[in-house]
Design a protein around this ligand. Sequence first.
Ligand code: PLP
Length: 397
Amino acid sequence: LKPISKIASRVQASTTLVIDSMFKDMKANGIDVVGFGAGEPDFPTPEHIKQAGILAIENNKTKYTPASGLLELKKAACYRMREDYGLEYRPEQIVVASGAKHVVFLSLMVLCDPGDEVVIAAPYWVSYSEMVQQAGAIPVIVAAGQDQHFKITADQLEAAITPKTKAFMLNSPSNPTGMVYTKEELQAIADVCIKHNLYVIADDIYSNLVYDDLEYCSIASLGEEINRRCIVINGVSKSYAMTGWRIGYAAASPEIARAMSNYVSHSTSAPSTISQYAAIEALNGPQEDIEYMRKAFQARRDHLVERMNKIEGVSCIKPQGAFYVMMDMHSFIGKEMYGQKINDDNDFAKLFLEKGLVATVPCTAFAAPGFIRWSYATSMQEIDKGLDRLEEFIKNA
Ligand code: PLP
């Protein structure tokens, strides 16, 4: 047989899946493992949103919609972006697709030609670099360490730009770091993007999950010049506990929105109709549930961070948004634990699962070696159980 495409053979299986499949196997075998890997709220989808989905089925709203989504949902997305972030968009600038991940993918497909470079602020969500490559483009990673709170500077961005740079990918609040760029930081980044005529893919999926009354700012809100270069990405998965419904959306110039819509029309045809009706209710309906969940996440974060920093050998800085904590495990690198040499965070996470019965995500895959990501989208009891086990795991090593 002839080989599969060069692009497809370059796409890596996610290394985090190794841990995940070990976790699932252990669970299936009745072992009492605790999971901090999942990037999804543990809350059920709010009742009024579920009812909107049920009603759509009962009312036979089960046929294809326009490729880029229902007009009513586009209007609801415009309404939420105006209400929550002061962003002004018209429905023809919105593309609804099958999850924010699909929208990121579509953005890259319409922006990139083979050989174009896309700068990614790291630590970054593992799928970004893979998707850039799927689009035939080249990921250029610009990394920020813990000393700069995992946020890159405008100068770092500028130093990475070449004549081939087409776009910059930004995710604030960030998966995996939980960090949030300030308005001033975003303004400096926006100035560089305008100067070098770059597009910005702004993945704002965690925009509602910001803590301590911190002001969330979208880069697209910083004036007309940056706004027209932005593809703002958002969705209902994280804010409304709707990960399985698969609805995300992009806001961009009408030209880009049209190009993305054309892509959808020849691939998935349109996102799920039933899910779109549920998403309309999520965006237009009462917002108390998201506030309830946000407060719960904040309390969990506070507890997790406080306890983690009391454990010998590990530490973390306090994240400001999303639902992830980056645990620094550098002090174990090169040491022996349970008769095994710890070369990196992958070794630590694997051993922590095998011996400590806790599943976490090693961050080498996110361009942050020496860190372990904990998702606190899980109950307080589970958080305590995980931390108890971390203490034991380190003590008995
Ligand atoms: N963007 C980031 C940064 C994420 O962490 C995730 C999910 O983990 C997504 C996008 C995807 O969201 P969705 O479930 O809507 O595809």
